[in-house]
Design a binder for this molecule. Structure first.
Ligand code: NZQ
Ligand code: ZN
Length: 390
């Protein structure tokens, strides 16, 4: 196990009706005026936005708001938010929604206190040293942004989808997680969230670091729980137990717990971000296509952990033929995604003829000559993986 620092100061307030506490919590963390950020309207239709404002009013916390954040959020919305936040002099960001909304709010939180262009943080030109506090009301378990210090934004003009990691300043101060708020999720979004949280665990699991039995077993245990709970939530959207387990799994998958002490991979995410940047697909759906393809390539190039994954997560009988074991595990993963209604090929994703060369070129332009760690990928390798997903 490698040396590590694990800093996760978020207060998670979990359970039925917990959004009613948002006003009191915002006050506790010193907010005078919060800026509510939300998406395309699901929180208006469900009445959640109204309840959040009511709770803020009752606690005497002022608020302003910006709606209209789209999935795969874009830079222009961040600029709009920074302007609004400065005009309104808000001192805490309050995203009410999923990863897209939370990530936009984090970008605003960092950008508002920075004199330069917030995009500098995403291209590595500047480090985030200070940011407004971010607090979350989560409506979809998926991106894990409610517990992470990350934000992913797409620059619309160049279609660069880049992530920022600033765990010391951008982890939410509190996150409200009421599983009931996820009852209104369309099945496809529930499934995309499942693929994303599984991917977050697997990015950590596929490591060459040795003596990581605790992180390994945590990854395997949470993956197995997701595989058991997801079909229940798909069958009955109001199954509280299943929704609750998925919601917590999504957080645990990405706040760092599962990967402590491990060199993490993240190539599949980088491969996918190119796809969602160019073709606008849902991130989780893109991962359902890319991750099994990445694993298939790894079965030929570094099979050890893929075989272990097949045995321990999918119950594939262990034999001397690691590659066959690994491929059976990958087959079971794909079958699971299909059972949730997810695509597992580019065609099923709605991208009939992906421009594989363009995707790989852009990936390596954005991320460098080598991408990932389990087996660092060169451009030709990335192209090969995209082709395995055709
Ligand atoms: O916009 P509204 O109307 O709210 O609808 C949303 C949106 O269409 C809908 N939705 C959310 N909660 C709902 C609901 N519909 C009904 N009932 C509810 N309770 O779901 C759709 C997707 O929302 P989005 O926020 O885009 O989903 P998700 O949480 O999957 O976030 C995806 C974004 O996060 C990034 C992804 O790349 C993508 O841009 N990621 C962020 C990470 C991070 N910050 O740590 C890590 C991830 O790997 C990921 O890359
Ligand atoms: Zn993800």
């Amino acid at each position: 196990m490698n040396n590590f620092v694990f800093y996760s100061p978020t207060e998670f307030v979990f359970g039925r009706g917990t959004e009613a506490q948002v006003g009191a919590l915002a006050r506790k963390y010193g907010a005078r005026k919060v800026m509510i950020v939300y998406g395309g309207g699901s929180v208006v239709r469900s009445g959640l936005l109204h309840r959040v404002k009511q709770a803020l009013d009752e606690a005497g916390v002022q608020h302003c708001e910006m709606g209209g954040v789209q999935p795969n959020p874009i830079d222009t919305k961040v600029y709009e938010g920074i302007d609004l936040c400065r005009r309104e002099e808000a001192d805490m960001m309050l995203p009410v929604g999923g990863g897209s909304v939370i990530d936009t709010a984090k970008a605003i939180a960092a950008g508002v206190l920075y004199e330069g262009d917030f995009w500098d943080f995403y291209i590595g030109k500047a480090q985030v040293e200070k940011a407004l506090k971010v607090a979350v009301v989560l409506t979809i378990p998926a991106a894990g942004s409610e517990g992470s210090g990350n934000s992913v934004i797409t620059k619309q003009a160049t279609l660069q989808k880049l992530s920022l990691r600033a765990p010391q300043v951008l982890r939410p101060v509190f996150s409200i997680m009421n599983p009931e708020l996820t009852y209104t999720l369309p099945p496809f979004q529930t499934a995309c969230g499942v693929a994303d949280m599984m991917a977050h665990i697997m990015e950590r699991y596929f490591t060459n670091t040795t003596d990581v039995e605790v992180p390994d077993r945590m990854c395997e245990g949470v993956l197995r729980a997701i595989v058991e709970e997801a079909p229940k939530a798909m069958a009955d959207s109001q199954d509280y137990g299943a929704r609750a387990n998925l919601m917590w799994a999504g957080m645990v998958a990405h706040n760092g717990t599962c990967g402590v002490g491990c060199e993490e991979d993240w190539a599949s995410h980088a491969l996918e971000h190119e796809v969602s940047a160019v073709y606008g697909v849902a991130h989780g759906a893109g991962l359902a296509v890319i991750f099994p393809a990445w694993m298939t390539w790894m079965a030929d190039h570094n099979v050890r952990k893929v075989a272990q994954y097949a045995v321990r997560v999918w119950g594939v009988p262990q034999t001397d033929d690691d590659k066959a074991v690994a491929l059976e595990g990958i087959r079971r993963l794909r079958a699971f995604f299909v059972s949730l209604g997810l695509p597992v090929t580019f065609g099923q994703l709605g991208v009939e003829h992906p421009d594989v060369e363009r995707l790989a070129a852009s990936l390596h332009r954005n991320k460098g000559e080598l991408v990932g760690n389990y087996v660092p990928l060169r451009q030709a390798d990335s192209e090969a993986i995209y082709r395995l997903a055709l």
